[in-house]
Design a binder for this molecule. Structure first.
Ligand SMILES: Cc1cc2nc3c(=O)[nH]c(=O)nc-3n(C[C@H](O)[C@H](O)[C@H](O)COP(=O)(O)OP(=O)(O)OC[C@H]3O[C@@H](n4cnc5c(N)ncnc54)[C@H](O)[C@@H]3O)c2cc1C
Length: 421
C-alpha cells in the first residue's frame, strides 16, 4: 500500500491520464486476486470506499479520497482457440491479448490503444475497430471474477447472476473489483487494414466521400476518418476488416480514393497484435482530454462544423463508423452499444500544463457545436471527466443499474470512475 507519506506517492497516486490530478487516500498495488480481497476487507475496517484502476486511462476526480486498488499485476492470460474464448486478468492490456491471438485466426475487440486494459474497457462499453461486425467489448463478456462488497472472490455468469452480468456489461466499476474475465473471441481469418493520407485542403471532399463509402460498406468493413494536426495537418482514412475480400475492400476505398490525391496509401495484411496499435496515441502517460458525440449521418453541415473546430489546439478529430444503421442494441448489455451509426471522437493532448485549459475549452466548444446532430447515448469509455453516467443510459436502464447496485453493494463500497449513486 502506498500512502501520502510514501516517498513515491506523487508518482504512484497518478493514473496514465495526467489531465486528472487524482488524489486518492491510498493506493494498493495488488499482487493477485487474494490481495484485492484483502484490500476490500481492509477498506471496510477503515470506512474507505474502493475504486479499481488498471492503468488509469479513464482517470477522473471520482477517485479522490478512495482506496485505489491497482490491478496491473493481475496479468494471467489464456486463450482457448477451439472454444473461441480468452480468460484475462484485470491487468492485461489489449496489446497483450491481441499478441496472444497472432496466428489463431481470432481477434478480440480492441479500440485505438494497445495500452488500455481489457477489463476496464469492457466494463465500460468499449467501441472497437470490429464493433460493426461484432458489437462492443461489453457485449463479449461471458463471465466475470470479482471481489464483492463482503470481500469475497467469486465467478459469476449469466446463469448464476443475470442481473449483475447485465450491469457489468457497461455499468463500469461500481459493482466490485473485477479480478479476471472470460470473453468471447471473434473470427478474423484475414485481417487487412491500413491508412490513406490526404492533404488537409482535400478534407471536405474526402469526408463527403467517406459518408457515402460508409453508407454502402458491408458490415465487415470499417472506415474511420480523421482531421489530424500532428505531425502535420492532414485528412486520413483508416480501413480495417477481419475477413473481407479484396474486392469488398476496394469497393469501399475507391470512393474515398477518388475524392482527392492521397499522399500515401498503405493497406496490408495485419496480425491481431497490429490492430491494437493501429493508430495509437503514444503509450507513455499523457494529459489527454476527449469528447464523443454520436450522430446519424455524415452531412455537409456536420463536415463543415468538424472542419471549423477540428484545428489546434485539438490533437485530432475522428469520425468512427460503428454501426451500419440498424438498431444496435444487444440484449444483456447495460449500455455500451452506441445506437447511432457514427461517433465523433475529439482529443486534445496538453504537452505542458498551460495547454490543458485551452484544449478542454476547444473540446467543449466542439461538443456544443455538434449538439444539433447528437443522438442516442454515449458509452462510458467515451465520457470526459465532466460528464455523468446519465448520458449513457436511458431512464429505465439507469434505474435498473441503481437497483442492482443497491442490492449488491448496499454500503456503496465501490465507486467507478463515473458514479452511479
Ligand atoms: C489513448 C486512448 C485511446 C482510447 N481508445 C478507446 C477506444 O478506441 N474505444 C473505447 O471504447 N475506449 C477508448 N478509450 C477509453 C478507455 O477504453 C477507457 O478509459 C477505459 O475505461 C480505460 O480502461 P483502463 O483500465 O485502461 O483505465 P482505468 O482508468 O484503469 O479504468 C477505468 C475505470 O474502469 C473501471 N475499472 C477498471 N478496472 C477495473 C476492475 N478491475 N474492476 C472494476 N472496475 C474496473 C474503474 O471504474 C476505472 O476507474 C481510450 C482511452 C485512451 C486514453
Amino acid at each position: 500500500m502506498i500512502t501520502p507519506e510514501s516517498p513515491d506517492w506523487e508518482q504512484m497516486r497518478r493514473g496514465w491520464n495526467l489531465s486528472v490530478d487524482q488524489q486518492p487516500a491510498a493506493v494498493v498495488e495488488a499482487a493477485g486476486p487474494d490481495q484485492v480481497a484483502e484490500a476490500v476487507k481492509y477498506a471496510a475496517t477503515q470506512g474507505l470506499q474502493v475504486s479499481a484502476q488498471a492503468g488509469g486511462h479513464g482517470a477522473t476526480y471520482a477517485l479522490d479520497g478512495m482506496l485505489v486498488v491497482r490491478t496491473s499485476a493481475l496479468d494471467s492470460l489464456s486463450v482457448d482457440v477451439t472454444a473461441r474464448t480468452a480468460r484475462v486478468g484485470a491487468g492485461v492490456r489489449w496489446g497483450d491479448l491481441q499478441a496472444a491471438l497472432d496466428g489463431t485466426g481470432l481477434t478480440g475487440l480492441p479500440g485505438s490503444s494497445a495500452n488500455v486494459s481489457v477489463v476496464g474497457y469492457c466494463l465500460n462499453g468499449g467501441f472497437s475497430w470490429f464493433s460493426r461486425p461484432y458489437g462492443s467489448g461489453a457485449g463479449s463478456l461471458r463471465a466475470v471474477e470479482l471481489v464483492d462488497a463482503a470481500g469475497e472472490r467469486r465467478w459469476i455468469d449469466d446463469a448464476s447472476e443475470p442481473d449483475l452480468m447485465w450491469a457489468l456489461r457497461g455499468g463500469g466499476g461500481n459493482f466490485g473489483v473485477v479480478t479476471a474475465v472470460e470473453l468471447d473471441l471473434h473470427r478474423a481469418p484475414a485481417i487487412t487494414g491500413g491508412r490513406l493520407i490526404f492533404p488537409i485542403e482535400q478534407a471536405g471532399a474526402v469526408l463527403t466521400a467517406y459518408g457515402q463509402a460508409t453508407r454502402e460498406a458491408p458490415d465487415n468493413v470499417t472506415l474511420w476518418a480523421y482531421l489530424a494536426q500532428y505531425p502535420t495537418p492532414a485528412c486520413m482514412v483508416d480501413v480495417i476488416t477481419p475477413d473481407a475480400s479484396s474486392a469488398e475492400l476496394e469497393q469501399a476505398l475507391s470512393l474515398v480514393r477518388a475524392a482527392g490525391t492521397p499522399v500515401s496509401e498503405v493497406i496490408r495484411p495485419l496480425q491481431p497484435s497490429e490492430v491494437a496499435d493501429f493508430n495509437s496515441v503514444p503509450a507513455p502517460p499523457q494529459a489527454l482530454s476527449l469528447i464523443t458525440s454520436p450522430f446519424q449521418e455524415v452531412t455537409p453541415e456536420l463536415i463543415g462544423t468538424l472542419q471549423e473546430y477540428g484545428k489546434p489546439p485539438l490533437f485530432q478529430v475522428v469520425i468512427r463508423h460503428l454501426r451500419s444503421g440498424q438498431d444496435g442494441t444487444y440484449p444483456g448489455v447495460a449500455a455500451a452499444d452506441p445506437q447511432a451509426p457514427y461517433l465523433v471522437l475529439a482529443v486534445s493532448i496538453a504537452r505542458t500544463p498551460d495547454q490543458q485549459e485551452p484544449g478542454v475549452r476547444a473540446l467543449r466548444a466542439l461538443q456544443e457545436a455538434l449538439s444539433p446532430w447528437s443522438v442516442g447515448q454515449k458509452t462510458p469509455t467515451g465520457l470526459s471527466s465532466w460528464n455523468t453516467l446519465d448520458e449513457c443510459y436511458g431512464p429505465n436502464d439507469l434505474a435498473r443499474l441503481r437497483e442492482i447496485k443497491q442490492r449488491v453493494d448496499p454500503g456503496d463500497r465501490f465507486v467507478g470512475n463515473f458514479r452511479l449513486l
